[in-house]
Design a protein around this ligand. Sequence first.
Ligand code: ZN
Length: 564
Amino acid sequence: MTRRIWFLVAGAVALIVCAGAFLHAQQPAVDLILTNGKIITVDEKFTIAQAVAIRGDRVVAVGTSQQIGQMAGANTRRIDLKGKAVVPGLIDNHMHLLRAGTTWTNEVRLDGIESRREALDLFAARARAIAPGDWVYTIGGWSVDQFADSRKQFTRAELDQVVPNHPVAIQESYYRTYLNTRGLEALGIRDGSPDPQGFPKDSILRDSTGRATGVVEGGMGAVRTIAAKMPRVPDKDVAASTLAMIKDMNRAGLTAFGVAGCDPNLVSMYRTWEAQSQLNVRIFCIDGQGAGTPEQVDRALPLIGGMKLFQGSNYVDNVLYGESVYGPLHDPMFDSVSDPKPEQLAQWRRLAMEIAKNRLPLHVHAELKNTIDGFLDQIEAVNKVYPVKNLRWMLAHFNQSNASQLERMKKLGMYAAVHPWNVINGGIMHEIFGDDSYDQPPLATIQNSGIMWGFGSDGSAANQYMPFITLGWAVTGKMTSGLKVMRQTISREDALIAFTRRNAFFVFQEDNLGAIQPGKLADLLVLDRDYLTIPADQIKDIKPVLTMVGGRIVHDVTAVAATR
Ligand SMILES: [Zn+2]
């Protein structure tokens, strides 16, 4: 045998051995295969495949329909995707999810509602469903500018007309609240009488005769005064309310969250569901030691070293310090400018130093330009003592950021958790910030900077929660009404990566989540239309027809899963 032929034979033998090994590895039958689809894997190469195989809670193979079809055994469940697109389960890197569950079923949620008329009908329907005298209310997550039929504000008269016998308080983002006559009465707001206590001066709008218009407007202070009076779901019903909310999240395509604020009682409820294999979302908590005065900082510092992160599972865990470091530097939503004081920044730095010393990851609310600059000054100082690179420190919200801040962050090895309030607040932000609002956040600048960044909502009050609405906005710059509110659009691929793979990294789950890949957890969505090819204006309308978490089908509108 010549040397050359010997090599050929050896190569062929090696191929056969490899193929044999491959077949052998396939032998334990898989539990589920999805074939004949367009699997948008969002792996590092953004690979598109036809089919995926799942065993237990993990993806074991991705490939052609033929390859994956060969892995099926007699008991393998088969789903014929009939050409449908599949994407990884979407991850929101910052939502106040646990808090939202305590009001969810009491609220009239307007997320994704595109018609003002429909919103009024929902208020009326809610009134019909509850006892006389109970509140019809909404705690943010929408604005009139999302309505395609009319962006007019709600009036006291029309709210009286649709809900005559119940008090109504409809909170628009964190900006204003619309009340009907019974709502005004219930809050002690009387025509021609002084304002009740607790409301910022001039926040209760009145006409020239002193009659309340029904609109309360004065930023977070005013709307929170009212929101605090809205009835939470009774303790005995919080589980049911939360489960209804989780269903809505799965329906919208969300399977995992960075959760700002994790009440331990609520977390233990989620852990109970996890233990029963019935938890249909993954929650990764962002929590810290609240401090708002120098004395509170003194008390918080020794506690920081005792914080234990990463003690949980891939369903429930504490992973980040945040979202507030020092209370006085927590910018209120819709303030137009901030003025962080050196003595406040010094307290912020004391805390940040301790967080870095203990090598804790940080996810911190950072909204207005001067505040972001102030934080970066402190972090650069901290970094000289305790390098923050690889600690996964990220600025969150990040609406008023710019290229020079991004440059500083890159040098520090930091990341950006982008929460585009503009998606529902574009009109309001234009009132406050003028044309600058069209660059808030400066999405293309962030993308082009090369910094690692991911999408979150900051829902359910500051923003709506539906990820395909955010993806549509990122690609078109438009609110659901068609109102153009953002200049710096990005590609569909980059937007999807920011809702999947990047956020998996941000919640320390990059080995488990964020892409459809062998070895990762089987969290995925089958979509009703192809995210990559439909007209951009329709991205907001995409609906998952099937949502899977850890190989379990948690949402299935068309019984796709029934096909065998
Ligand atoms: Zn925040």
